[in-house]
Ligand binder design. Structure first.
Ligand SMILES: C[S@@+](CC[C@H](N)C(=O)[O-])C[C@H]1O[C@@H](n2cnc3c(N)ncnc32)[C@H](O)[C@@H]1O
Length: 222
């Protein structure tokens, strides 16, 4: 069970503009990301579903020189990350699923941003979380950003999302996008997310960030 949501064509080439438009406070979340890891100062950091490398961008310039591995199954997304981080010797980029990394290899921290809500809760979500947990040392920090909430919560927070969107967007486009989030993606409740994380091998996650439907979670590998 390894569902993949492939990003290609305009979805890949226009991705960075897309996230800035549709995820209010995404840049705030990204800017704060390294602070969540700085205390533990991870030697090796695993960035799962790294896409174009937005989260890697936050880590590469740190003086501590964390060794960063980014992995993503969409060739057009990871190609952008490869071009972006050419010449950074402490960044390794791979095209593929996290299972392509030897499970003997252990990381001291990991991220999974904006990926889990594309996977159904039919074993696919748990599988991805377990595959990540398997590749982390005990005590490792894991940070996730995901669309989270039960049906009612998502409905209400989509109304907030609509209010927070930039001015000038096409009304039809807004309706289409919000409708897709409500009916075609696979968010789960906070309780269910916590249960899956615990089953996968993490301590109970802490919600430290929220911007409308998007929630940031921090947890420790057991
Ligand atoms: C919305 S993008 C997020 C990219 C990046 N994390 C960011 O925040 O900008 C989702 C990414 O998840 C990747 N993806 C899809 N299915 C995946 C899976 N099963 N495991 C890991 N990544 C996956 C896609 O290729 C895509 O690049």
């Amino acid at each position: 069970m390894n569902k993949v949501e492939i990003f290609e064509n305009e979805r890949a080439s226009g991705y960075n503009t897309f996230v800035e438009t549709w995820i209010p406070n995404y840049s705030v979340f990204l800017n704060d990301l390294p602070k969540l890891f700085s205390k533990m100062n991870p030697k090796e950091l695993l960035v799962v579903g790294c896409g174009t490398g937005n989260e890697i961008e936050q880590f590469v310039h740190r003086s501590e020189r964390w060794l960063i591995t980014g992995i993503d199954p969409s060739p057009e997304m990871v190609k952008q990350a490869i071009d972006r981080f050419q010449g950074y010797e402490h960044v390794t980029l791979m095209e593929g699923l996290v299972t392509a990394i030897d499970a003997e290899k252990k990381y001291s921290a990991a991220t999974l941003l904006l990926v889990l809500h594309f996977l159904e809760d039919d074993g696919n979500k748990l599988n991805l979380l377990s595959n990540i947990a398997e590749r982390l040392v005990s005590g490792a920090t894991f940070v996730m950003l995901d669309i989270t909430g039960d049906k009612q919560q998502i409905k209400q927070n989509l109304k907030i999302l609509r209010l927070l969107l930039p001015d000038g967007l096409d009304e039809q486009q807004i309706n289409h996008r919000l409708n897709r989030i409500e009916n075609e993606l696979f968010p789960i409740s906070e309780e269910r997310l916590a249960a899956l994380c615990v089953t996968a091998g993490f301590e109970k996650p802490i919600r430290f960030f929220q911007s409308s439907i998007y929630m940031g979670w921090l947890m420790t590998k057991k």
